[in-house]
Structure formats: structure tokens, C-alpha cells
Design a protein around this ligand. Structure first.
Ligand code: ZN
Length: 256
């Protein structure tokens, strides 16, 4: 059930049966010469479609715009939005969902780095909800849950690349795109492998993508194959579906 494909009365009726809204979080940024700029967004939308097949919820329109500051040096790909704008946008969207009856929000984070602003917002929402009666649980405007795309053990089972990360533009992300939009994947444009691990230090920092990953992809995208694309997508989505089931069953305000 997609918000933008339903009528107003349909959404209103659905809100009587579920309070869960799911937001596919993607981006617009270059993913190398072989993948579309909307790669993260296509993956996020597919993951949320699979969630909706298993768990009663409403799927919000996919968020293509996001923070892509590290990718701005590449020509032609990124439309990057300032972090503070994104946090305000998330907050506005989620507040509107809550106003219309969906107080549980599940942010399906399929763009690297977006977990941080979402978590920042989760803190903000709780912070402004703490002015309740002492001893009573706070009542935030909405309950924000999030999960970040990770290939996990299951996806790694089907991947050939020894780099077991999603890896920007690498095998797994290429396979995930094959599962969503095979018509937009151009394997003939992969001429060489990208770096295996572009990070020079283990601490958190923003790498210089244009310098350290000049082709805009890491690892070995040529390992991606239509044979395993759907299996990798299913494995990745399984983690989100499990989380969505738990969220749907979670009784607001009652912790175990
Ligand atoms: Zn990506």
C-alpha cells in the first residue's frame, strides 16, 4: 500500500488498521558508470515493497534527495541536501504521518550516512517529549525506528566478492540494482575493479571519494549476476521485514 497511489479516504481507512508508516530512504548520487544515480532509492523502494507484502503498513514515497556531500566532486551525479534540511524534512514528514494516524515510523535507510541524521532526529523527538509528568513515560510526537541496509551473513552467502560490505557500486549493490532495475545496469561499462577498502584509518571520517575511489565504485561489481540478484535482495530485505514485524507488534509505551 503506497501512500501516493492511494486515495485520501483509503489512507484514512488504513490508519484505523495499522499505525506503521515505512519510508524508503535513498539518494541521488553517482554509483560509477554502470549504475543509475538513483541506485539507493530503487533498492530502498524495493525493500519497502517487500516489507509491505509481509507486514501491514503504508509505504511513503521514496526519498531520493539526501546528503551526498562526499560525492559532490564527481560530475553529473549528486544532488546533495544540507544535513539540517534533511533532519527538518524527516521531522516534517513523520509529524504529518502521525497527524494522520501513523505514529510508528520505520525509516529504511539504504543510503550510507543517513543513519546519523535519523538517529539525531530520534534524539530530538525524545528530547522534546520529556516534559511530561515525572514517573510517566514520555509521549513523543511519533516513534521513530530505523534500520540500515547491510548485506549480513545471508547476502554474503551468495556474494563472490570477498569484501562483505554493501560497498558503494560494488558486487552487492550492483546485484541489488539488478534485482530492481536490470534495465538500468550497464555491466559492459565496468572496465576494472575499484579499491577494496578505500579507508586509510579505522576511525570515522569522510573519505575523499574522488581521490580514493576515482571510478566511484568499490570492489568487484563484475561479480554481480542476475542469477543471484534476487537471492541477495531477498536476504537483505529479510532483515528489514523481521524488524518491521517486531515494530508492528510493539505496543507503544510498553517496554519489556
Ligand atoms: Zn548506494
Amino acid at each position: 500500500m503506497k501512500w501516493h497511489e492511494m486515495t485520501g479516504p483509503e489512507v484514512h481507512e488504513l490508519a484505523k488498521t495499522t499505525d506503521l508508516a515505512v519510508l524508503p530512504i535513498g539518494s541521488l548520487e553517482t554509483h560509477g558508470p554502470h549504475l543509475p544515480n538513483g541506485s539507493d532509492s530503487f533498492i530502498a523502494e524495493r525493500v519497502c515493497e517487500l516489507i509491505a507484502e509481509e507486514v501491514p503498513c503504508i509505504v511513503l514515497p521514496t526519498l531520493y534527495y539526501n546528503i551526498c556531500a562526499q560525492m559532490k566532486s564527481f560530475p553529473g551525479g549528486a544532488i546533495s541536501i544540507p544535513p539540517q534540511v534533511m533532519i527538518q524534512l524527516y521531522d516534517a514528514i513523520f509529524s504529518e504521518c502521525a497527524r494522520l494516524g501513523f505514529r510508528k515510523i520505520f525509516a529504511a535507510v539504504c543510503h550510507g550516512g543517513s543513519e546519523t541524521p535519523v538517529e539525531f532526529l530520534a534524539n530530538m523527538v525524545h528530547e522534546r517529549a520529556t516534559s511530561e509528568v515525572p514517573g510517566k513515560p514520555a509521549k513523543p510526537d511519533y516513534y521513530l525506528f530505523s534500520k540500515t541496509l547491510s548485506p549480513g551473513v545471508a547476502a554474503a552467502k551468495y556474494a563472490k566478492d570477498p569484501v562483505l560490505e554493501v560497498g558503494h557500486g560494488g558486487e552487492i549493490e550492483t546485484a541489488l540494482n539488478m534485482a530492481c532495475r536490470p534495465d538500468l545496469v550497464h555491466m559492459d561499462r565496468v572496465t576494472e575493479d575499484g579499491p577494496t577498502n578505500p579507508r586509510a584509518v579505522s576511525a570515522n571520517y569522510h573519505i575523499e571519494w574522488i581521490n580514493q575511489v576515482p571510478l566511484a565504485y568499490v570492489g568487484n561489481p563484475h561479480y554481480a549476476s542476475l542469477d543471484t540478484a534476487d537471492k541477495i535482495m531477498e536476504a537483505v530485505a529479510a532483515d528489514f521485514i523481521q524488524a518491521a514485524k517486531e515494530i508492528a507488534a510493539y505496543e507503544i509505551g510498553v517496554d519489556v
